[in-house]
Every structure is written in C-alpha cells, then in structure tokens.
Design a protein around this ligand. Sequence first.
Ligand code: CTP
Length: 465
Amino acid sequence: MDRILERLREAVLGSPWQGRLWLVGGAVRDGLLGLKAGPDLDIVVEGDAGEAVQFLVHSGVADGPPVLFPRFGTAMLRVGGVPVDFVTARKEAYEPDSRKPQVEPASLLEDALRRDFTVNALLRSVSDGDLADPLGQGLADLKARILRTPLDAETTFRDDPLRMLRAVRFRWQLGFEFAPGLAEAIQSQANRLRVISAERIRDEWVKTLLNPAPDRAMADQKELGLLAEFAPELLDMVGVEQGSDHHLDVWDHTLLALHNTTSPDLLTRLAVVFHDVGKPATRTVEADGRTRFFGHERVGAEIATRVLDRLRFANDDTEAVAKLVRNHMRLSSAPTLTDSGARRLIRDLDSLVPHFLDMVEADASALRPGVRRLDLAAVRRKLAEIAAQTPASRLASPLSGDEIMALTDLPPGAEVGRIKALLLEEVLEGRLAPGDAEGARAFVLRTLAAATPLDPQTSGNQEDS
Ligand code: CTP
C-alpha cells in the first residue's frame, strides 16, 4: 500500500492537487492499529473527485481508464493493481426510505460527520503523511478502542442502516467496545435493515463470518435484533434442547462450533452456521426419553438454500453449503472410515472434502466434553490415501450407456441406468478397479446371465444415519 501512496504522492507533487488528497477509512485506521491493510484504498478529495482522477490518469499513474460516478461524486482507479476509490468531500442527506443520497460538496469536517464511526473518519494526507482528525475524537476513540458514531447514533444509522451490521463486525474485528447508547440505537432501529439490498447485507455478513470471532458477532446480531431481519431462520435454534452427546442447545452448540472453526473459510463457516438449522423442525422425543432429529440434515440443507438464495449468494456457494449441510452426519455412525466409505465421500463431495472435514471437526468439538470423538487424523489420512489412488472423476461406471447397450443389446431405458449404477457400486466397493472396462463387461454379462435382480438401492448406502 505504501508503494501505491508513494506513486500518488509523486503524481500530484507540485500540482494543484497537492495536499488535497486524503487517505481515509480502513487504511488509516488499520495502519494506526498495526493491522494488515485491506485490499483497497479510499481517498477523500478536497475538490471534485472526478477531476482529480482525470488528472491522475493524465499523469500516467493509473493502470487504465477510470470508472466515474459523477452523480455520487465518486470515481475508481486502479493503481499498481490496487483499486483506489476517490470521493469528493461531501455531505449527504438521505430520504428516509431510500438509499439514494443527495450529494453536495463540503469541508473535510462535514465529510467526516457523514461517515459511520469516528475511527473511520481519520485522514492521512497523501502528500506529506500528516494525520488529521477533523472530528477531534477519532484518535482518542482509537486509543480507547471505542466505536462511536460522529453524529448521534440514531442519525448515523438512519442515514445508512447497513452501518448497524458494520458496527457489530468492527466490534469483533478490531476488539472495540460500543460507545454508550450505540447498542440501544441499533436495537431501536434494527428493522430498518429492510431498506438495505440483499447484496450489501450478504457482503457484510461474509466479512463478519471471516472475522476472528464470528460466533461473538452472531451473538450480537441476535441480541441487537439484526439477525431477525436477515436470517430469522437461525433464531429457531435458540433454546432447542438436544440431550445425549450435547450439553448445549442447538444455538449455543452452533456458536461454539463456529468459534472452533479454525480456518477463516467462507464455505466451512456457512456450513457450520447452518449444519443443525434443520433440528428445530425435526425434533422428536422417543418413548425412552431420547431426543431425535430425523432427517435434520436434509431439512437444514433446504433452509440454508432458502436463506442463501434470498441473500443472493452465488449459486455455486449456495449449492456447496447445502451439500455440506446435507452430508454433515456422514461420519457420525461409523467409528472408522473404510476404503469404500472414503471412495463414496470423495465421489459425493469431491473438492468440498477439506471443507467437510473442517465442518465435522468443528461440530464434534462442540459436543459434551468427554464424549467419544471421531479420530479425524485417521480419517484425513485415509481420504488422502484414497484420493491419491483415485480422484473423484474416476469414481464412475467404467462403461458408458452406449457401451452397455452395445454389449447387452438392451434398448435405451431405465435398465441401462440400473446397470451403470451397479457398476459404480462395484467401483466404490473396490470390487472393480476404476476405468476397468474389461472387468466391467465381464461383470455385466455375469450379472445378466445369473438374472440377479438389478437393484442398486439394496447396496449399502450409509449416508443416512
Ligand atoms: N463508510 C461509511 N458508511 C458505510 C460504509 C463506509 O461511512 N456504510 C465510510 C467509512 O468512513 C469507511 C469508509 O467509508 O471507513 C470506507 O468504507 P469501506 O472500504 O467499506 O470500509 P473500511 O472502513 O475501509 O473497512 P473494511 O475495509 O474493513 O471494510
């Protein structure tokens, strides 16, 4: 980042823009906190951001043409591969039920007043590196690790309700405390999240989940009434008791599992969030008093799909999370993983296997202390060994439908499909080597000659425990 700032500094040196470009937001804040900078830079311009950007393009510092949004007084430029957002110092007024700001040029102080938090309104001059604190409060709040809004919290959150979610994220991302009244302001207008687009909420939730403390942030989102606005389905887990291997209700178990999810990986963390969301709807208590949740993994996958679709997650991500949720019980009935079990897992989950293992590990880590744990080190070893022998793409019927028809004179139809499924079973069970077409032909002829009923359903599928 210093490299990019140096190039901008040189570009404006001796020009009318010298001293009028100010770094703002995360780059200044995280720099002062000694944290790693984010992937982009935000710059406030004293003057018109579009004109400043045109000047920079002419100076040759940009990677390519700018993207200009004159109506909003903003412009984007890539410098040395880094996206840099420029914004005209401005004040904004929002219509109560709209996110479209009326923008007017303003002083640096007025610009700071319309920002979300005092620590996000600190400025660093691009030209000489000087720090400016137009609100006179940002630096003190940064030192005291306090998240405070520049205006009264109701006004700042009314201007952009997404800031309520940002407050929760920054609290846990930075290890800050809320200023007095901030939590109450969120509670009183959490329902205004409804005016925010699903995409903005999604992006903010993703950042929150990739936080070092996603469980604490989710607890805050629940307490402050924010979760009820964008994922109320998750609240159904609160207070659902489970007994046996569990010492926590479904919600607290989920938060502990999330806490124990070591790698900051989005698919794994979403899968952990949703893994037991099907439990509230499937809970039954047996005559002997045991609590059961039959089919909760399938119901959970449906709920995850509904929530993630609503929040406009990419289809691939939604399908991946649903698949992980649907499969999260796969290892719970078998104490060890057999070769055929490993092949089935690899075939069904393929590139999701690492996410699956991290999810299962997090789930198991949130059970009653002392209950039997799966030996995941052995499971990981077995999966690596089997995957090295046979990648998922080779775990298939060695014969295509056409080849089966040519061999058997069968017409196209369900019978051909059943033979293919049987061949796949043979491969998964290890009785037929992957790609062994010769062995597959012999198997088909032998099976047809013996007129064994061809029913793949009877072969061991251990998925549903
Ligand atoms: N900002 C704001 N209200 C928002 C979003 C952003 O006031 N809803 C202002 C803040 O001053 C913020 C700056 O715009 O610091 C840049 O926003 P952004 O890049 O989204 O966040 P950062 O604070 O830079 O932090 P991070 O990169 O961690 O999201």
